[in-house]
Design a protein around this ligand. Structure first.
Ligand code: 6PG
Length: 470
């Protein structure tokens, strides 16, 4: 076997599938797992690919089996475990070797690790990998952050294992240090928003329209043939059509309605707020997951509040309206996510290529959708205000869909059905088309109680005050 250039530590679901993907593309991989039996079982079960997999019992063996400059992918739980692996691995590495964190890391950690390892002569790459188990095995979308020279060493492997869109790899070196992990985090934020908006539409069909899961599944399946075509709509149809083998009931009906979250959605919101941004659809999605977890409170609320609430059956919303509403809201969620990327790029001096990011999201990742090609085109062209909702193609689509979003949100409000992400999308859209907003009043209030000062529209100068005194 050829000498291996790449090692991989952590044979959980993602790590194991990534190792098989790398081996399948012809690169020998040295693998290590803390529990040795997992590693041996993995190689035993790898079939023909086993001949390109080498088991390393410890980090010394891993380092010895790799040709310098070594590249070692770390695929362990985010946070402390990544630092622990790096600390234990470092003594076995040489200057110039590359450690690649391919997990979902907080980009602040990535920046810290990159700086610390650089100081010691090593190189660190933060690599966002999207596509779940299937993507890791057969082609994920890969968002890389790190030094140019470090990426040059691993580009061949990264691009070989990535998903392909019309023969172009869905992998890119997006910027230094934490750029790749930041982009992956925002990808997940958009994923949260899209999933939440889909769930809200499902809720309107289920609770507003008394529609059965299989019926809703057919609707999503049909929508997936049109402008909503996307991985998330596709799997929604499949999920809603599935039945529980134990009870025979629709699977979705026996799953506890409390959503988990590992943190990337929350990180998106935290970083956005720090940058003075507000991706409200993502915020709404994170909030909705947190509210969903308050199951006991909601059950109590259902018993107490429903009796005192005069909500009524709202105006009927046609299926076509829901489809258009989802499309409008999805465009707005993408617009918010890309605005955040643009703000971070300016703040951290990353020069992110937003068109390229849209391009590498066209295949392999969880938010892949037919919209991403149009988004890439919009960023390659002249984009008023740098905001996607002002791109000519999206102005047109929003013009055709926004009234459906209005009817959907209005109907949900009258009926008493929660649609936090859809309504946040609408509020953002309406705010962005209001040239004269209402913040003059906020400024006046701030000046009234705290002499905070304001600017006027008819004179230069800041820190001006109103005649509130007497
Ligand atoms: C992806 C997914 C992946 C994972 C999320 C789920 O792009 O492949 O986003 O990263 O499924 O971590 O995140 P939550 O547990 O927070 O929903």
């Amino acid at each position: 076997m050829a000498q291996a250039r790449i090692g991989l530590i952590g044979l959980g679901v993602m790590g194991a599938n990534l190792a098989l993907n790398i081996a399948e593309k012809g690169f020998p991989v040295v693998v290590h797992n803390r529990t040795a039996s997992v590693m041996h079982d993995f190689i035993d079960g790898a079939g023909d690919l086993a001949e390109r997999l080498v088991a390393a019992e410890d980090y010394a063996a891993l380092a010895a089996a790799l040709t310098p400059p070594r590249a070692v992918i770390v695929m362990v739980k985010a946070g402390g475990p990544v630092d622990a692996v790096i600390d234990d691995l470092k003594p076995h590495l040489d200057p110039g070797d590359i450690v690649i964190d391919a997990g979902n890391a907080d980009f602040n950690d990535t920046r810290r690790r990159e700086a610390a390892l650089r100081e010691e002569g090593f190189r660190f790459v933060g690599m966002g990998v999207s596509g779940g188990e299937e993507g890791a095995r057969h082609g994920p979308s890969i968002m890389v952050g790190g030094a140019d020279a470090a990426y040059a060493e691993i580009a061949e492997i990264v691009e070989a294992i990535a998903a392909r869109y019309q023969d172009t790899p869905c992998a890119a070196h997006l910027g230094p240090d934490g750029a790749g992990h930041f982009v992956k985090t925002v990808h997940n934020g958009i994923e949260y928003a899209d999933m939440q908006m889909i769930a809200e539409v499902y809720g309107m069909l289920r609770d507003g329209g008394s529609r059965a899961p299989h019926d809703i599944a057919e609707l999503f399946e049909a929508w997936n043939q049109g402008p909503l075509q996307s991985y998330l709509v596709e799997i929604t149809a499949k999920v809603l059509a599935a039945h529980d083998p134990d009870t025979g009931k629709p699977m979705v009906d026996v799953i506890l309605d409390a959503a988990g979250q590992k943190g990337t959605g929350r990180w998106t919101v935290i970083e956005a707020l720090k940058l003075g941004q507000s991706p409200s659809t993502i915020e709404a999605a994170v909030a909705a997951r947190s509210w969903s977890a308050q199951k006991a409170l909601r059950e109590t609320g259902a018993a107490i509040l429903t009796a005192h609430d005069a909500s009524q059956t709202g105006p009927d919303v046609l299926d076509g309206d829901l489809e258009r509403a989802l499309l409008a809201a999805r465009i707005i969620a993408y617009a918010q996510g890309f605005s955040l990327l643009s703000a971070a790029s300016a703040e951290f001096d990353w020069s992110l290529d937003l068109a390229r990011i849209a391009e590498i999201w066209r295949a392999g990742c969880i938010i892949r959708s037919s919209l991403l090609d149009d988004i890439a085109t919009a960023f390659r062209g002249d984009l008023p205000g740098g905001n996607l909702i002002l791109a000519p193609a999206f102005v047109r689509t929003l013009g055709e869909t926004i009234s459906a979003l209005r009817r959907t949100v209005a109907s949900a409000a009258v009926t008493g059905l929660p649609v936090p992400a859809l309504s946040s999308a609408l509020a953002y859209y309406d705010t962005m088309r209001l040239a004269r907003g209402t913040a003059a009043l906020i400024q006046a209030q701030r000046d009234f109680f705290g002499a905070h000062g304001f600017e006027r529209i008819d004179r230069d100068g800041s820190g001006l005050h109103g005649p509130w005194g007497g």
